[in-house]
Design a protein around this ligand. Structure first.
Ligand SMILES: Cc1ncc(COP(=O)(O)O)c(C=O)c1O
Length: 337
């Protein structure tokens, strides 16, 4: 079976499990888990930030960041496709009491002009714009990455208007590998960054929030308030350290596999459009309701998800057996022809 529903289905490999079993742990609410401290320092160091915070999920790291950067009644600028808006249970309103300005352009990515055009002037009757959130890679954008130059322009628009800039970098490591960014230069563009360890990186649980020392100090309080203070979670942090040390460079294999599948899809009769994948997320359109084709794919042992009435998403990851790539392509062809 080929489970291409998401890179979140990845499981820890034997070496990761061995490392987890040997982790040194302590009570992290007291700041005494040495492995969590090591993971937070490693993440911060990689992105040139001062401090890090280990959280149970990417939703929590994003939501904590939004709440620290804003005050109730403020407005957050993000793309209409963004995870923080689409899939975090209305968290911007629920947790931060903020409104949201959705950017709806044709690229699934923000542009500096979008900030300039949508930042509110300082009038008593307008919500105060205080935060911009970018997503790299973009999930609904088919794993698309920002160009560094475009991020720099957005960052300077943010700093011109006194706005904080947060990165939902659930898959930032995919973007870094694809674009060959220097992670410190990339990291320097954002006031805070959320990185997921439990997607393509292969750790079982966890996300890191990175930022300045005062930002992380406040984020720590909010994490506790959300029920995210963990105790001997160093076993999980050790998996994160293993993931950041061993599973980043291999992302190229996932990006290559997505491209190989995209090529095959172009030859399938049921497929009307393939969005060329940049990283490990592959979107394509079919000529009938996607449930019909998802069912046919699943009968062949290939699993994807619906991403619109006639759009399907497949995500490549480390647990797809590369020795059976030809078989995977044959099964896809059989289901979609
Ligand atoms: C772009 C993006 N951001 C944030 C998240 C949230 O991560 P989690 O599922 O750990 O809450 C996801 C999860 O799929 C995601 O794709």
């Amino acid at each position: 079976m080929f489970d291409l529903r998401s890179d979140t289905v990845t499981k820890p490999c034997d070496d990761m499990l061995k490392a987890m079993m040997a982790a040194e742990v302590g009570d992290d609410v007291f700041g005494e888990d040495p492995t969590i401290n090591r993971l937070e320092a490693l993440g911060a160091e990689m992105f040139g930030h001062e401090a890090g915070l280990f959280c149970p999920s990417g939703t929590m790291t994003n939501q904590i960041a939004i709440s620290v950067h804003t005050k109730p009644g403020d407005e957050v600028i993000c793309h209409e496709t963004s995870h923080i808006y689409q899939y975090e249970v209305g968290g911007i309103a629920r947790n931060s009491l903020c409104s949201v300005k959705l950017i709806d352009n044709d690229s699934a990515a923000l542009r500096a002009e979008d900030i300039e055009e949508n930042v509110h002037a300082d009038y008593d009757w307008l919500a105060r714009t205080s935060l911009v959130v970018a997503e790299d890679t973009s999930n609904r954008g088919g794993g698309k990455c920002y160009e560094l130059e475009d991020l720099k322009k957005i960052q300077s628009a943010c700093s011109k208007h006194g706005l904080a800039f947060h990165l939902d970098g659930a898959r930032a490591m995919n973007a870094i590998v694809k674009k060959g960014h220097d992670s410190k230069e990339y990291g320097s563009l954002f006031d805070s960054i959320s990185i997921c360890l439990s997607k393509g990186l292969g750790a079982p649980v966890g996300s890191l929030l990175l930022g300045s020392k005062p930002f992380i100090k406040e984020a720590r309080r909010r994490r506790k308030g959300m029920g995210g203070g963990m105790r001997q979670a160093g076993y999980l942090a050790e998996a994160g350290i293993f993931a950041l040390t061993n599973n980043v460079e291999r992302f190229k294999e996932d990006h290559d596999l997505a491209e190989i599948i995209a090529q095959k899809l172009m030859d399938c009769k049921a497929v009307t459009n393939v969005i060329t994948p940049e990283t490990n997320i592959l979107l394509f359109d079919v000529d009938k309701l996607c449930e019909i084709y998802l069912e046919r794919l699943s009968k062949e042992g290939v699993f994807g998800v619906a991403f619109g009435k006639k759009r399907i998403r497949l995500v490549t990851h480390k647990d797809i057996d590369r020795s059976r790539t030809e078989l995977l392509l044959d099964l896809i062809e059989r289901a979609l022809n």
